[in-house]
Design a protein around this ligand. Structure first.
Ligand code: FUC
Length: 826
């Protein structure tokens, strides 16, 4: 073997140093918010999503053939109408009787029989969210492609593709603008006359026609039929290119572009959808209106408005967890290598990508983000890409408040307004109750009935959970006008539970029956139950929120008394034989249960019913339940676990779940493996967007928490994030928080107060270097947006549990003035 000389060694070290410095420099700055790849997308899970809340596109970026898969959020199969007209009241009464007599299997059998797995001929189990169409661009490139790069810049919501063929460098740019309501693609080249291509537009829908008017190509279609509903959504996709130089001409089924200097493609989509019961709009007219208005503007103008509009939201929050040369790898490679532990920036990118997805799929005035946000290429997508509300839709909105995107929460409130109307039917026909309710799914038509049969669908709690979002929005923003506007929804859901609660025979507690702990079973095939823990927690929150809201608004005093007296009779939480938080009223939990839903931990997150300080034993029991369930699961389940471990103040375990989520998902995967696709979208698998949102919220929850009577700074910092900085997170009470930390200790703390009021700050003593320059906290927090309703004393069936949590905290009170900023450590 050749001896390495001293000089050779020195030269080698020098080279390494240069490479390191160069890449370290490269790793900072504007590239930090880019997803990028060195090849086109080979399939949908590699394509990149853009969206404006209403319109979405998946970008494939092929050199010879580019493909934009197009979506518009109101294209759903079927048409108006609910699915809860069947009178099930006597069945419910009989199921109650069986449940209270301990005849669980009989109760499940009856429920399966009366609420069959497949819908009856006159009914439906919710419609499918469907794609709009596809734009194909065939480029007449000859020769080899070099220097290919495809990227999505989430700081500007712009995607680009660049490459060279022969002597010519090409650039394509794509955007979906909320301001101008079009999707655009712009192609440029560094040599005049180099752009030649053919554009084709089509759709997978059965019913459609294609035609041209001048250089405008239309695909008009009708959404699909499903179950008892005929497709009634009419849509119109209108595409018109503009060229500079060269020729543009319609020919046969396509538009030909030859030897152009520049090509700009304007894409508009309209539908006849006005709202869930009105399809009176004119799809074609709407598409034309959007297109004609946009065509009057240059690409440059539309782009600058788009970037400005998007950045208003995106720029509110920044997160720096450190940057390394690992950032210089392509994004898919970074996901594959995340387990190496040297790429903290991928976590910040993933966090910001979650915010990007929310801004791009849920804007004021649009539909809420569904199971796939707004991105779907299938006529019959998994779980119909609708709204599953026994976890998934709520999870989509977990990042909305804490990551300072409160406006993006609005579509969910608007949907609740609709559901509080349609849900009166299910409340009455199934339960003879006032108010409104829904079960575990809904769709654009706002169905509220039981779907997927008695085993999956017998869960009357969808409204209880979704309506928490109204109250949480209020706690973050303190807006009394908002509360007054949505108060009738809170009252309606409260009325439903006031009427529906039943006295169970054993303890005389008031419980929801029948119901279930979502999708789990305690005997083979039997999940139907009375008084499940999650239901008790949900009703506790429904009643507590109502009482607070009515108090703030000074209304409904008599009804408040009724609600308060029922609240007292709800079951307490129970600690079972394994030391776990019981999932059901009876102690049926199994140590080997790995079910993806861990619904009884709703009380830990997103709710605020289990605190390490106020309920240390419950806190231990919740942790036990979570440990039994294990880590690996579906994407959304792991996203939830990040939040739970953050609430359990265990940053390292939360980080472990993030790492599990940031591992490559198999493209054709099915089942419960979780993971992340090349395009950073979450895998259930298959793709489901909730995991992105859940994990994004979880990362924020590791940095601040504000549910437990105070603003907790750095509650769950993992060892991997010794140094970092976050700016702009939002806490309850309208506090905007900036934090910097070094070697695991707080360095800077800045609080901006939007509403005024006391800001009580909690921080682990071990994370403090200097004391904060404010008073130590005393007594109750006077800020009403921090008031936490007190739960009933839990029952333990295994004697007194030891409270293992020993971390010590310091608490301070910062009285704030509206609009003022406070530097607590500089
Ligand atoms: C719930 C979950 C499934 C899936 C579906 C869309 O039913 O149990 O895992 O996420 O929603």
């Amino acid at each position: 073997m050749m001896q390495t000389t001293f000089l050779q060694k020195r030269a080698y070290i020098l080279l390494l140093l240069v490479v390191f410095i160069y890449s370290a420099v490269n790793a900072t700055g504007s590239d930090s918010y880019k997803l990028w790849y060195d090849k086109p997308a080979a399939h949908w899970n590699e394509a990149l999503p853009i969206g404006n809340g209403r319109l979405g596109a998946m970008l494939f970026g092929g050199v010879k053939q580019d493909h934009l898969q197009l979506n518009e959020e109101t294209i759903w199969s079927g048409g108006p109408g609910n699915n809860s007209s069947k009178d099930l009241y006597s069945t419910m009464q009989e199921i109650r009787r069986l449940l209270f007599a301990g005849k669980y299997k009989e109760a499940q059998d009856l429920s399966n029989k009366e609420m069959p797995r497949e819908p009856e001929a006159n009914n439906n189990y919710g419609m499918s969210y469907q794609p709009a169409g596809d734009l194909w661009i065939d480029f007449l490139h000859e020769g080899e492609t070099v220097a290919y790069r495809r990227e999505l810049d989430i700081a500007d919501a712009l995607s680009t593709v660049t490459y060279r063929v022969g002597e010519v460098t090409y650039k394509r740019e794509y955007l979906a603008t909320a301001h101008d309501q079009v999707i655009m693609m712009r192609v440029t080249a560094d040599r005049a006359g180099s752009i030649s291509c053919n554009l084709k537009l089509n759709t997978p829908h059965l019913i459609h026609q294609q035609h041209f008017i001048g250089n405008r190509i239309y695909v008009n279609g009708t959404s699909g039929d499903k179950q008892n509903k005929k497709g009634q959504v009419k849509f119109s996709i209108a595409v018109e290119p503009k060229v500079k130089g060269g020729a543009l001409q319609a020919e046969g089924e396509m538009l030909r572009v030859r030897q152009a200097d520049e090509l700009t493609v304007y894409i508009a989509i309209g539908t006849n959808f006005n709202n869930y019961h009105d399809l009176g709009g004119d799809a074609r007219e709407r598409a034309d209106d959007y297109l004609n208005t946009a065509l009057k503007k240059s690409y440059r103008k539309i782009k600058s408005k788009h970037v400005e509009d998007y950045r208003r939201y995106f720029d509110r929050v920044s997160l720096d967890l450190g940057q390394t040369v690992a950032m210089n790898k392509a994004t898919d490679q970074r996901v594959a290598d995340f387990h190496l532990g040297n790429d903290p920036q991928l976590v910040s990118l993933y966090f910001q990508f979650g915010r990007y997805l929310l801004i791009s799929s849920s804007r004021p005035g649009t539909q809420p983000a569904n199971l796939q946000g707004i991105w779907n290429d299938k006529l019959s997508p998994p779980w119909s890409s609708k709204y599953t509300v026994n976890i998934n839709t709520e999870m989509n909105y977990w990042p909305a408040e804490v990551t300072n995107l409160s406006e993006m929460h609005e579509p969910l409130f608007a949907m609740l307004e609709d559901l509080s109307v349609t849900g009166k039917e299910s409340a009455w026909n199934y339960y003879r109750a006032r108010g409104w309710n829904m079960h575990h799914n809904t769709d654009i038509w706002r169905v509220t009935g039981i779907i997927d049969g008695g085993f999956y669908g017998m869960w009357p709690m969808g409204g209880a959970w979704l309506s928490q979002h109204i109250w949480q929005h209020y706690l973050f923003n303190g807006d009394n006008a908002f509360l007054a506007k949505y108060y009738p929804i809170l009252k309606g859901v409260t009325q439903f539970y006031v009427d529906v609660l039943q006295e169970e025979p054993k303890h005389k507690w008031l419980v929801v029956a029948p119901s279930m702990s979502p999708e789990n079973s305690y005997q083979s095939g039997v999940g139907i139950s009375a008084g499940t823990t999650m239901d008790n927690q949900l009703v506790f929150d429904v009643f507590s929120n109502f009482l607070e809201a009515a108090h703030v608004l000074q209304v409904d005093e008599d009804f408040m008394d009724t609600v308060a007296s029922k609240l007292k009779r709800l079951p307490p939480m129970q600690i079972g034989k394994l030391g776990q938080l019981q999932e059901w009223m009876e102690d049926w939990d199994r140590a080997d249960d790995r079910h993806r839903h861990i619904s009884h931990l709703y009380g830990l997150y997103p709710a605020a019913q289990i605190s390490p300080i106020r309920h240390p034993t419950l806190f231990e029991a919740a942790k036990k339940s979570l440990v039994f369930r294990g880590d690996k699961s579906t994407g959304w389940s792991m996203g939830w676990k990040v939040n739970w471990w953050a609430r359990l103040l265990d940053g390292n375990r939360a980080y472990k779940l993030i790492a599990d989520q940031l591992s490559p998902a198999a493209n054709d995967g099915n089942g419960e493996a979780g993971g992340t696709y090349a395009n950073l979208l979450d895998a259930h698998p298959p793709f489901q967007i909730d995991g992105n949102f859940g994990c994004t919220a979880g990362i924020a929850e590791m940095l601040i928490q504000s549910h437990d009577g105070c603003l907790h700074i750095l509650p769950a910092l993992p060892d991997q994030w010794q140094n970092g900085e976050v700016k702009g997170l939002k806490a309850r009470g309208g506090f905007i928080v900036d934090i910097a930390w070094k070697d695991g200790k707080l360095q800077k703390l800045k609080v901006h107060s939007r509403l005024g009021g006391n800001c009580r700050i909690r921080i682990a003593s071990a994370k403090m270097v200097d004391k904060l320059a404010v008073e130590k906290a005393i007594g109750e927090n006077s800020n009403l947006l921090y008031k936490v309703p007190e739960i009933k004393e839990p029952i333990s069936h295994i004697g007194q549990l030891a409270a293992n949590y020993t971390e010590e905290f310091e608490e301070y009170d910062l009285p704030t003035k509206k609009g003022k900023t406070y530097f607590l450590l500089k």
